[in-house]
Write a protein that binds this ligand. Sequence first.
Ligand code: KG4
Ligand code: ZN
Length: 331
Amino acid sequence: MILSIESSCDDSSIAITAIDTLELIFHKKISQEIQHSFYGGVVPELAARLHIEALPLILKECEKYFSSLKAIAVTTAPGLSVTLSEGVMMAKALSIALSIPLISVNHLKGHIYSCFIEEKTKFPMTILLVSGGHTQIIEATNLHNMKIIGQTSDDSFGESFDKVAKMLNLGYPGGPAIEDKGKIGDKESYDFPIPLRQSPNIEFSFSGLKNAVRLAVLKEEELGSLNDKTIANICASFQHTAINHILMKLKKYFKIQSPTKFAIVGGASANIYLREECEKLCKSYNCELILAPIEFCSDNAAMIGRVAIEQYLQKDFTALEKIDVQSRIKS
Ligand code: KG4
Ligand code: ZN
C-alpha cells in the first residue's frame, strides 16, 4: 500500500491505496473552507497552521496500515509553499520512521488521475483542467508525456468565481456559491463580454470579465438595487459568460483536433453547467467524456495516491534530501 498526503492549499487529506488492485483503502479530508470564508480567500499562514492540526489527526487513523506501507507519496508542486511544506515534513518523518521511499507527486497530475480512482487509465486523452490556480487544455499520452495546448494569461476559471463571490459577499469558495445562486437567476440579464472572442488562439482570460462584473455590482450598489434578485442574475450571467468563453475555445480545439477522449478535472469541474455543456460538445464529436466523481474533483489525497502507484511501479522515488516544494504566487 501507498500512503499519500495532500496539503497544497486549504484541504488536509491522507489516503491509503493498494498498489496491486488500485483499491482506495482509506481516504479522509479535512477542509478549511469555513475558516477562510471569513477572509474571502485562502490565507496561506492560517492554512499552514490548520494543516499542522488536521494532518496528524487523520494520520492517527492510518496507524493500523503502517506495517503494510511500501512508500509515502506527497504533493510537492504546485501550491502554496507554506502549506506544501507541512505535508512534505510529515512525509519525510514517515519515510524515516518506516524506512520506506518517498514519491514526489505533481498536484495537477493528481487532478488528471482523479478520473481513474480505483480504475485503469485511459490515455491518450485531452484534458480541460479547471481549478483555483489553473485553467489549461492539456494533451496527455501517459504520465510523463503531457503537453499544455492553451492556458489562462491571468486569473483562473475557479479563481474568477472566488473573486466574483467575494464582491457579492457570498463567501469562499466562490464556485459552489455562484453556481447555487445562479440557479434562480436569469443568465441573459447582464450582457457581459465573452473574453478573447475575436482571438483565433486557444487561450483563456478571466480578468476582463471579472472587471465587467465589478462594474455591474458597483452600478447596482449606486442605484440601491443590489438585492437577492440582482445578485442571482449577476451570478447566472457571469457563470454563463465564463463557461461560454471556455466552450468557444474548446469548440475551436475540437474542430482542429477532434479528440476521441476528453476529460474535465479540477475543483471547478464539479460545475454542473460546465459538465452539461461539455457533454453536448463531446456528443457532437462522438468523443468519450471522462469525468471524475464529484467527491474527487476538489483537492484530495486519493488522486495523489493514484498517481503515486504509477510512479511506484516505475521506481520513481525521490531521495529525502532532494524533496522540495515548488510554490505558486496567488494574486
Ligand atoms: O482543484 P481545487 O480544489 O483547488 C485548486 O487546486 O485550486 O479547486 C478549487 C477551485 C476554487 O476556485 C473553487 O471556487 C472552484 O474550484 N470550484 C468551482 C465549483 N466548485 C469549486 N468553480 C465553479 N463551479 C463550481 N461548482
Ligand atoms: Zn487542486
